[in-house]
Design a protein around this ligand. Structure first.
Ligand code: KG4
Ligand code: ZN
Length: 370
């Protein structure tokens, strides 16, 4: 089955062609057009600018996909599009384009949930990478930690497309906090990769001084930020206070902005504080719900330290629990993950004979529930 997928929920225009076969999802084409440069001067995504760029770029990406794969309507079994959540002007470009294509080509259309996409990014297969789980043999219950610019959630799945949010942020998402801290430090946008690169400098320096140095050695830094809700009695997160603590640290000691080493130290401490909380809450959730598999996903899952430290924590504390994460390329917003989520949505629709796959019934929904 060939799936054509479109993603326009935020600031990436993306189109993918994915082949679904025996529980595996092979990427045949994957195009992403990033708008980062356009939004960077504003320090965040401007919804109407995002929509204008999607309108300009989506037809180009679709044409390229069709041309390069010599696609005719008969080659596509379903079209899937991100229905929500996201910025409504941005979502509308993707959903309306998908509806027009589905109508013209007489192909079923299904809406995919963006967060389901981040979870199912774990099944996207670029080549014969054996690390990637097979969606047929994956062991449930699955616990997913999704950390992106808009969401930070712990989600329990007893089967495919069965989502229960067991913990989430009460204020800022982890990625949003990365972006805001980068802004406080005048480092640019998006903040996640920049803060991560700064933090990496310290780890590299520590490693060359002491090859056995662990990330936790960063705790020796004099700069210390809080780990919000680390010991709270639930599985929720809060990152707004952490961002404010970084702001106060800079206000109290403005030299942090000028002294490169201090900027780097603050980035490293901030990143470690986020990771400490994410790892601790994931372990807490795992001890309570005893998942057989843990999946990581969302833009912040491109963070190498998070990937590594969560993996080590799972290995040391949760025997026999499988751990997967997407290729970093598929951690960030893309349409291949929407193809996989759309495939499962379509399967559900067919089995229940309840959901419609008619283009007429699909509406963008900025606050779509999981
Ligand atoms: O999933 P995503 O591409 O878009 C949303 O659905 O929000 O996530 C984007 C977020 C941004 O906040 C960005 O700063 C963050 O992911 N991010 C990272 C890294 N790469 C991207 N955060 C930490 N470390 C990274 N390496
Ligand atoms: Zn996303």
């Amino acid at each position: 089955m060939n799936i054509l997928a479109i993603e326009t929920s935020c600031d990436e225009t993306a189109v993918a062609l994915v082949k679904a076969e025996k529980g595996r999802f092979q990427v045949l084409s994957d195009l992403v057009s990033s708008q980062v440069k356009i939004h960077a001067p504003f320090g965040g995504v401007v919804p109407n600018l995002a929509a204008r760029e999607h309108l300009k770029n989506l037809p180009l990406l679709l044409k390229k996909t069709i041309r390069e794969n010599k696609l005719a309507p008969k080659d596509i079994d379903i079209i899937t599009v991100t229905q929500g959540p996201g910025l409504i002007p941005a979502l509308l470009i993707g959903t309306n384009s998908a509806k027009a294509l589905a109508y013209a080509w007489r192909v079923p259309l299904v809406g995919a949930h963006h967060i389901a996409g981040h979870i199912y990014a774990n099944f996207v297969r670029e080549n014969s990478n054996n690390q990637i789980p097979n969606s047929k043999s994956i062991k449930f219950p699955v616990l997913a930690l999704i950390v992106s610019g808009g969401h930070t959630q712990l989600i329990l799945m007893k089967k495919h497309m069965d989502f229960r949010i067991i913990g989430e942020t009460l204020d800022d998402a982890a990625g949003e906090a990365f972006d805001k801290v980068a802004k406080i430090l005048n480092l640019g946008y998006p903040g996640g990769p920049i803060v991560a690169a700064e933090a990496e400098k310290i780890l590299t320096a520590q490693k060359s001084a002491n090859p056995k140095a662990q990330p936790s050695d960063r705790r020796r830094l004099s700069l210390r930020l809080p780990r919000p809700m680390l010991n709270s009695n639930n599985l929720n997160f809060s990152f707004s206070g952490l961002k404010t603590a970084a702001l106060y640290a800079v206000k109290k000691n403005p030299v942090i902005l000028k002294d490169k080493k201090m900027t780097t130290a603050l980035c490293a401490e901030f990143q470690q504080a986020v990771i400490d909380v994410l790892v601790a809450k994931t372990l807490k959730a795992a001890k309570k719900y005893k998942p057989k598999t843990i999946l990581l996903g969302g833009g912040v899952s491109a963070n190498e330290e998070l990937r590594k430290q969560l993996g080590e924590a799972i290995k040391n504390n949760l025997k026999n629990t499988l751990y997967f994460m997407p290729d970093t390329q598929y951690s960030l917003d893309n349409a291949a993950m929407i193809a996989v989520a759309g495939y499962f949505q379509y399967t559900l629709a067919k089995n229940k004979k309840k959901f419609e796959t008619n283009w007429k019934n699909l509406e963008a929904d900025a606050g779509l529930a999981l």
